[in-house]
Design a protein around this ligand. Sequence first.
Ligand code: OSB
Ligand code: MG
Length: 380
Amino acid sequence: MNTSPTAHLEKMAIGKLDHIDLVVVRLPFVAPFGTSVYTWTHKEALLLKLESNGLIAWGECVADPDPFYFYETTGTARHIIKDFLLPLVEPGITLAELETRFCHVRGHGMAKATVENALINLIATQKGVPLHQVLGRPAKKIMSGISIGLKDSPAELIAAVEKAVAKKYHRIKIKVKKGQDIERVGAVRERFPDIRLMVDANGDYTLKDATHLRQLDAFSLMMIEQPLSYNYIYQHSILQKELKTAVCLDESIHSLADAATAIALGACRIINIKQGRVGGLMESMRIARYAADHGIDAWSGGMDETGIGRAVNIHLQTAEGFSLPGDTSETSIYFDEDIAEPCVVLDPDGYIPILPGPGIGVRVIADRLKKRSIHSERLR
Ligand code: OSB
Ligand code: MG
């Protein structure tokens, strides 16, 4: 575990791009997705389409149309990709050079990941191999996990957990917020004493709630995700000392540097790596490796992606350091009809089969894309 997990990727060169398109799609969710910060009824996603010698590769931006989970939005990502990132992409440069150039743009990891994902997907497609192979990783079955949004009643929450247990999800996450936490989690734990269970607060608490949160220690949770605000890495280090339950950071981690800070401070014992938030696949592989080297578990988060982003997250989880089940669930819990095929379906043991490729291994269905598109522009 001492060579860089991305050394081989960094040497790969970008080919020429004949066409570049940006498309914004809007898909209705099967059911509204409630969190402590917002309730989403639709998935809106900015998609980047690259075409080279007749081959097509897509990248999905994980930004929402609003800045409620994260500061980037579909609108800011479109601006940053169009006006600052794409002008830095030149045929012949390596992925290492691309990353160096992207450093000139501060932050905006979601915009950067969109371009990086599409380019690496294109490289894999050109080589005719699955994405995980370009990442340097062998195929494997991927563990599944589900994120259950806030429900109107404890009975609805129990019913949702029951459905997930029947599907054999490898771990179940439930969203919590102030006033919808201890009792609800306790009820779920009582009904399902043995499941791998965790909670996600999306930053709803403050350090003043430490004593309140300590009640969660009774429920043998795998972790509590992002209990405090997004920019409170130091405060999480204080909270972690007061809890038996492992703290997991999501919103707070934008880069390997943030992960190193959090780990050095003891702010978390687990990291949720959303590749679409930390700038892409390469930074994610570095964070996962760094975490593993420091005895910290990591897993792949999700942003309710369409089939494009979902496929990327699946391939990424073949990498070293993704030690726990992620937020990777069946397509059908989000959408009646996704824009890409095949859909993600769990096997009878709750695993997700790796997609055989080439590239991410899903194809975008033209008439579904057209039906869901709310904006489209050809940049080249
Ligand atoms: O905090 O992990 C989160 C979805 C949107 C924004 C933030 C989060 C989530 C999820 C769902 O929890 C993850 C998924 O199922 O893709
Ligand atoms: Mg989260």
